[in-house]
Design a protein around this ligand. Structure first.
Ligand code: SAM
Length: 529
């Protein structure tokens, strides 16, 4: 095991890699590996952490404001980082290539030693053009191996990963694979070491085995490729998840994991409906998911429609029928059933998912209007329970857009509704990191409204509500993010600050808390949808 693996002080390696029963070929032959626990792990504990992955690269937006070594972001540039960072950093561009920025000489030196000394000149010649993250990650792998900066053991593990290059080529989404691989080979100036076929395989491996590089609050900032993490297979009902904290990557147990049990994470948003999950996994990772959740098909509670498709109102049947001319009802991702009524609901579902994607390309007031109209439709049709996707995801985006437009009071009831009706349904484990992050967002908003002395509702004390929510996150973040994470540190600091702000000798009684919790729940009803 590489020396930068941490497993809460244990001496034996926390995991091993072996043939998995889940990765099977058409004739049921076991064709892939998986990662297995070497001992028992309780829910909310660390399975292992890496000090840094083999390769981490930043995306175009993050390159402007994020340190290329420690991934700290200049304050105010990311919705997520402003939720937990309270130190202000500045980043300066490398004078050679101007491609990467660093927050300190120490970070610059570390990146230089790791790979940058071999790529600085190459990146300079790009003259401001930015490479797709998967191409850059492939280049970094090629360059580092050529210069002896990837060990034989790491290399063997990388090369043993499933590449799916044939499937990627056949999949219309990646027909530029040869071009991208050629770019990686030429830009990295490693033509003397590798063949184009080999680089195509490596580029394919990066596409199917990398993870999104995220901040501790799950804002995407780039791509991570690591030969150990890449062995973890997917489940829509995973027993583990990944949290990142700068370059550190931790695999934590979401449920109890027993010795010799396979460790699973979710590659996708596991709250999506069954057909969407299957389609996404098939088109990007080329497998049919047979996890416990997928075996239940469309019978899970988050999959239920609020109204049976056969009982849809005349008005919404008419609207759905008008959409039947589009391909929405025949798209497998929208499948509801064979009857005409179910085909109508499939078309409506496709239309709502399309709108969800469209609004993601918008920002500010335009996005808010588009999201609100779509949420209103989900509500009026009476088809969507508030937690069925993409209704719930639309609310998340509405909150983010309202916060960035400084419409704090408008965002509040949506946060309250999500807290009461959506999070417990979609994330039953209270310490699920997404649930913890969203409660944190709600806590910070409550504290902000309290500070501004905004009137929210008769009888509501936003200060007590904020304190209650910060206290809740304070109790959970050790389980979701770990004792030493930057997120946990910042939550604790906030909790101390809030307690200190109450004044000497002042405390909040349990009955005040209970009363304000009821107010919080009441405020969730102040939005119609
Ligand atoms: C990140 S890799 C995981 C390691 C991989 N099994 C290997 O041996 O290299 C992703 C690939 O593993 C396989 N895989 C992951 N989860 C799976 C699952 N639940 N069922 C079947 N195959 C899965 C798919 O081939 C997928 O493209």
């Amino acid at each position: 095991m590489a020396s930068n693996v941490d497993s809460a002080g244990a001496s034996q390696p926390p995991y091993y890699v072996a043939r998995s029963d889940i990765c099977v070929s058409g004739n049921e032959r076991r064709v892939g590996n998986g990662m297995f626990a070497s001992r028992d792990f309780e829910a909310g504990t660390l399975i292992f952490a890496l000090k840094r992955p083999l390769v981490g690269v930043l995306d175009t937006k993050a390159l402007q404001n994020t340190c290329g070594n420690c991934y700290a972001s200049a304050q105010g540039t990311s919705d997520g980082s402003t939720m937990f960072l309270d130190r202000s950093i500045q980043v300066s561009a490398c004078v050679g290539c101007k491609y990467y920025r660093y927050c300190s000489k120490v970070c610059q030196k570390k990146a230089w030693q790791r790979v940058h000394k071999h790529e600085c000149k190459i990146l300079k010649e790009l003259n401001g053009r930015v490479l797709p993250p998967a191409v850059q990650a492939t280049m970094e792998i090629l360059i580092r191996r050529k210069h002896g900066l990837i060990t034989e053991q790491q290399w063997q593990m990388l090369c043993a990963l499933q590449a799916h290059s044939l499937e990627l080529k056949q999949n219309g989404k990646y027909n530029d694979i040869g071009l991208m691989a050629m770019g990686a080979l030429n830009f990295s100036r490693t033509q003397d070491t590798y063949t184009i076929d080999f680089v195509e395989q490596m580029y394919s491996r990066v596409l199917t085995n990398s993870l999104t590089l995220v901040t501790p609050t799950y804002d995407p900032i780039g791509l991570v490729m690591d030969e150990r993490i890449a062995n973890i297979n997917h489940s829509c009902d995973p027993n583990a998840y990944i949290v990142m904290d700068g370059p550190e990557i931790a695999v934590r147990a979401l449920k109890p994991v027993q010795k010799d049990e396979e460790i699973y994470i979710s590659y996708i948003d596991a709250t999506l409906p069954y057909a969407r999950r299957q389609a996404e996994l098939k088109s990007h990772w080329f497998f049919t998911c047979r996890c416990i959740k997928c075996q239940k098909g469309t019978t899970t509670s988050e999959e239920a429609w609020a109204t049976d498709p056969h009982d849809l109102s005349h008005e919404w049947k008419r609207k759905g029928t008008a959409l039947l001319t589009k391909d929405l009802a025949t798209d497998a991702r929208n499948y509801v059933g064979e009857s005409q009524d179910e085909r109508i609901v499939a078309a409506l579902q496709g239309w709502v998912f399309d709108t969800y994607q469209t609004q993601q390309r918008m920002s500010g007031a335009e996005a808010i209007k588009c999201i609100q109209d779509c949420m209103q439709d989900c509500h009026n049709s009476r088809l969507w329970p508030v937690y069925r996707q993409p209704f719930a995801a639309l609310r998340d985006d509405l909150i983010v857009n309202m916060l960035s437009e400084q419409k704090y009071a408008s965002a509040w009831p949506h946060c309250a509704k999500r807290y009461r009706d959506i999070l417990p349904e979609l994330y039953p484990q209270v310490a699920h990191p997404i649930r913890v992050i969203q409660v944190w967002q709600t806590a910070l908003l409550a504290m902000y409204l309290a500070g501004e002395k905004e009137f929210v509702m008769e009888g509501a004390d936003m200060c007590i509500i904020g304190l209650m929510l910060v206290k809740e996150v304070q109790g959970l973040c050790v389980l979701s993010h770990g004792e030493t994470s930057a997120f946990t540190t910042s939550v604790r600091r906030k909790y101390e600050e809030v307690l200190g702000g109450l004044g000497p000798g002042v405390s909040i009684t349990d009955s005040q808390m209970k009363e304000q919790r009821e107010m919080l729940f009441k405020m969730a009803d102040s939005v119609a949808y």
